[in-house]
Structure formats: C-alpha cells, structure tokens
Design a protein around this ligand. Structure first.
Ligand SMILES: Nc1ncnc2c1ncn2[C@@H]1O[C@H](COP(=O)(O)OP(=O)(O)O)[C@@H](O)[C@H]1O
Ligand SMILES: [Mg+2]
Length: 272
C-alpha cells in the first residue's frame, strides 16, 4: 500500500470507526449545566473506566449513552453513523445493556421474572417458557457473579440481600448485552469474591468483542481491568488516558483534586 502523505484520511465508510462516540454532549437540568461539552469514544472490544467524584456527571453520561435521558445538545455516533434519535428502543437494538446505579427491580416478582421483564422467552403461542428462563437465570447467577445464598431463580427479589439484588441487576444486563455493557457502580453492594468475578468477566468479554464502560469509585478496580480511563469533574472531561500512560496515583489526583491535581501530579513527576 502506498501512502501519499502522513495524514490519516477520514474514512468514507464506518469501517474502523469506534463503537460509540459522543461529540460535544451538554446536559442542562433547568439552569444547571451538569455535562458541559463532553466528547469521547468507546472502542471495539475496549473496557473504559468512567471516573470522578460524586456529582461529576457520570450517571448522567451513563443514562445518555443508554438512551434513557436525552442530551440537551451534542451528537451520538454508533460505528461511525450518527443516530438521529437516541432512545432506549434504539440502544436496545444496538445491543447496549446497562446496570444502572439505582437499578429498579420488582420485589414481588421472582428473580427470573425480573431478569426477563418485558423480554420474556415465549413459545409460538406466546406462552412464557418459564423452565428455560429459570435455567438461564441460574446459569448466569452461577457463572458471572457467583453470588452465594441464592437458592432458586424462582425466589422473590424481596427475599434477597442488597448484594444479591445487585447480582440480579447484573445478570439481567449480562444476559441481554451484545455490543456494549455499561456498569454504574456495580460492585458497591458486592462481596469481594463476587466483585473479582465481575471484574474478570469484563476482561473476558473483550475476547467476545463486547466493550464495557465501568463507573467505579474504586480506582484500583478500574486500573486493574480498564484499557482507558476517562475522568469527569463538575460535568467536564478532564482526563482521557490509556492505562499504560497513567497510574493509580495520577487517577487519584484527578478524581480528588480535578484538573489542578493532574497538573500537580505531572509537575511532581517531572521533578522526580
Ligand atoms: N434528574 C435530575 N434533575 C436535576 N439534577 C440532576 C438530575 N440528575 C442528576 N442531576 C445533577 O447532575 C449532577 C451530576 O449527577 P450524576 O450524573 O448523578 O453524578 P455522578 O454519577 O458522577 O455522581 C449532580 O449535581 C446532580 O445533582
Ligand atoms: Mg452516579
């Protein structure tokens, strides 16, 4: 192949485009700007950490990526094509699944019914295939989050502990994801072993070509599994860096002290 210049040509097709790209996303709630001109990409088969202090705008970004909250302005590209309308039916069609920070489950229904709510497996007469759905539920709960103490997929969600409910929300997203799994502080209620299992699962997903976005307060968790880190501060993106170009210490400085923290950290390192 011959190249005439060093410039990279704009691809005329979507080949080589990132899976998801947000461009200049702004979100206002009344007079408050909670996201200010945020742009980033999620690559194919990439695990991206979305970090920042409370109120930084992480969950709002998660909701915009998931199509459950509209942006005030900005653009949403999927595999290089701009979406004209970003709605939940559209993101579901693209294969995006999200574990929301406040995932709502129906306590009076079984674990299985919660996982398949609205997306039940049915036979050709429209009857639910409960046995098949119970079997799938049992399998995901065993394999991905390895939560102890869940006796049966038929158990009511109201009988579960916080960590077990969290596992149900995880199982639901894990089962339906096809291209992008977004996790908003998924490990907050999980025990150490279940957390390890979930983090390992994200790495494993990459080999299946599924990308993920991990929102977490635990920078060690993020650093362990994420290929790239995006740090938000007061609605702005202040850092977007590949794992090999940063450290837990720099991420901590960015999350705790914002843009000044990054500068201070880099100055300190330059002197060292
Ligand atoms: N529905 C809403 N109405 C008004 N303000 C909101 C709403 N959702 C979030 N916010 C505000 O947006 C800011 C960012 O919140 P959020 O995205 O939840 O941050 P994070 O997940 O990083 O803690 C906060 O100041 C929060 O109060
Ligand atoms: Mg949040």
């Amino acid at each position: 192949m011959t190249t005439l210049s060093n410039e990279v040509a704009e691809p005329s097709t979507s080949a080589g485009a990132p899976l998801l790209r947000l461009e200049g996303v702004t979100k206002n709630y009344g007079p408050n700007t909670v996201l200010d001109d945020v742009s980033f990409e999620i690559g194919n088969g990439e695990v991206v950490g979305l970090l920042g202090d409370n109120g930084a705008g992480k969950s709002t970004l998660v909701k915009i990526m998931s199509g459950v909250v509209p942006m005030s302005s900005g653009a949403y590209f999927w595999e290089g094509e701009q979406l004209s309308r970003v709605s939940r039916p559209e993101t579901e069609r693209l294969g995006i699944e999200t574990i929301f920070q406040d995932s709502a489950l129906v306590p009076t229904m079984s674990i299985t019914r919660n996982i398949f709510a609205g997306r039940e497996v049915t036979n050709r007469f429209g009857f639910m295939k409960m046995r098949e759905m119970d079997a799938i539920t049992t399998e995901i709960l065993d394999s991905v989050v390895s939560i102890e103490g869940i006796k049966s997929a038929k158990q009511l969600v109201s009988s579960l502990s916080g960590g077990q409910s969290q596992a149900v929300a995880i199982a639901r997203a894990v089962h339906f994801k096809r291209s992008l799994l977004i996790l908003d502080e998924p490990t907050s209620a999980l025990a150490v072993r279940a957390t390890e299992a979930l983090l390992n699962y994200l790495v494993h997903l990459k080999s299946d070509g599924v990308s993920s976005v991990l929102v977490t307060h635990n920078l060690h968790h993020a650093f362990k599994v994420c290929d790239r880190h995006i740090v938000m501060n007061h609605g702005r993106k202040i850092l977007d860096v590949r794992r090999e170009d940063t450290s837990v210490e720099e991420l901590t400085a960015a999350v705790v002290e914002g843009a000044e923290g990054i500068k201070r950290f880099r100055r300190g390192n330059a002197l060292a």
